[in-house]
Design a protein around this ligand. Sequence first.
Ligand SMILES: *Cc1c(COP(=O)(O)O)cnc(C)c1O
Length: 230
Amino acid sequence: MDVKANYEEVLDKVAAACTRSGRNPEDVTVVVVTKYVSPERVEKAIAAGVEHFGESRSEGLAAKLTAVETPVHWHFIGRLQSRKVKEVVHECDVIHSLDRLSLAREINKRYKREKPIPCMVQVNVSGEETKAGVTPAELESFVRSLSSCEHIQVAGLMTMAPHVEDPEDVRPYFKQLHSLRAHIQNLHLPHAPCHHLSMGMSNDYEQAVEEGATFIRLGTSIVGSEVSHG
Ligand SMILES: *Cc1c(COP(=O)(O)O)cnc(C)c1O
């Protein structure tokens, strides 16, 4: 597993997707998802120049924080149980998976820093029952309700596209998240600048970048998968 070569290949493909869509590659941040790999792979990615990492479980995040000494940015990307909030809220820079008011209230209660924590609201654009996230119809009222949580900033929207053979099939979901972001931005809510779009994984990130992703979350295509550390 040549993490550096994988990362460079991804950066090349991101740059090409930006050229095709008239975007600046500096506006796209690669978040390397390390949930299936050991801390050694994190170190390899750091050596290759990666600065942003994602974990989907509090245990995985804690294990990486203990083992990895270099300061990097951690993103919490998975389903977050309310009782785990206190363990992760000061350890990560961004939460990508804000999907319900009870979770927002718990984050708001536990978060002790002065500046609000940037959170992405997860939207279930595909409507699959197994996926977390608010529905597109609920999004505006959910975002408005977050104004009562003074420690939370709605930094953007996140989605997980369905897993399909042909990544072109998920482009409509990325387009939809993009237009939902425009809708929220046009509300001009002080707590919801909503600059970001967290979308795109290993199999569909080129389409996501073309459709405006500012964070892409890549696991297997960069660090692979070591099942024993799942
Ligand atoms: C695991 C995971 C990813 C990365 O998936 P890959 O297909 O390995 O790139 C991205 N986002 C979320 C929320 C995940 O849980």
